[in-house]
Design a protein around this ligand. Structure first.
Ligand code: ADP
Length: 253
């Protein structure tokens, strides 16, 4: 679905990630993990033109990204950033921005656009907040708005950079459910996650990054067995299985 071939990218001509090769499959959740500064966000940014790619190619459904228009690409790939600018704008208007790639002359949102936004706001539980201004919301509520904006695009691929940021524990778990639901709908989800237990739980595959490179790609089981987490994070990964048969991970120094 989405493939990165030998990608080197960074900022102001300084490469941050190097020789990245990875393919994200349709109907699967891929987690990207790694220590702070290892290049996880940069990898997602490279896909959506938010940093400079100096080498390599991004393919979407077998087509080179540079052969597609930005708008066409944006209709298929949405991106939840880690940092956001705050305008004096209402929740409803902000979520409508997720429909931006669909706007054509005379630049008016259609009934369909509004319906998609309503659905997205319902999905993340912020419909009652739609007339509130973003600046009046808590960090967690805002995070849901940005998430709804990404969902409103109804794209095939979702790139989520730390989507659990600011969310309370209840909604963190709901978010994992939401990702699983997107997967059931045949969407491709790529998510940077700090919580390794969540990554192990939700993903079909995990890419481990360190110092700008992908050092391992595998299923959660393969990643656990490889001890790569221990090496990269300098911790000891331990696990136990709960009564429901789910494996949980915790870490010791
Ligand atoms: P991670 O997501 O794994 O924490 P990042 O991709 O955010 O890592 O950062 C990787 C490296 O790129 C860091 O050394 C960081 O300082 C640098 N970096 C990130 N964003 C920028 C930027 N906008 N300009 C210059 N350097 C940046």
């Amino acid at each position: 679905m989405l493939k990165l071939e030998n990608i080197t990218a960074g900022y102001e001509k300084v490469p941050v990630i190097q020789g990245i090769n990875i393919e994200f499959e349709k109907g699967k959740i891929a987690a990207v993990i790694g220590p702070n500064g290892s290049g996880k966000s940069t990898m997602l940014k490279a896909i959506v033109n938010l940093c400079e790619i100096s080498q390599g190619t991004v393919y979407l459904k077998g087509r080179r990204k540079e052969d597609m228009g930005n708008r066409e690409f944006a209709k298929q790939v949405s991106y939840l950033s880690q940092s956001h600018t705050l305008g004096a704008i209402t929740v409803g208007r902000m979520v409508l921005h997720g429909r931006f790639p669909y706007l054509s002359y005379p630049r008016r949102y259609s009934k369909e656009d509004y319906a998609y936004c309503k659905r997205a706001m319902e999905k993340v539980g912020i419909l009652p907040l739609q007339d509130k201004k973003l600046e009046e919301l808590s960090g967690g509520q805002r995070q849901k708005v940005y998430l709804a904006m990404a969902l409103a695009g109804e794209t095939d691929v979702f790139l989520l950079d730390e989507p659990t940021t600011y969310l309370d524990i209840h909604y963190q778990l709901e978010l994992l459910q939401l990702m699983k639901q997107l997967k059931e709908e045949g969407k491709t989800v790529v998510t940077v996650l700090h919580d390794l237990d969540y990554a192990m739980d939700v993903s079909d595959s995990i890419a481990v990054m360190n110092q700008g490179k992908i050092v391992k790609i595998g299923t959660p089981e393969e990643i656990q067995e490889s001890h790569v987490i221990d090496e990269v994070f300098q911790v000891k990964a331990q696990s136990f299985t709960d009564e429901a048969g789910r494996k949980h991970f915790y870490f010791e120094k």
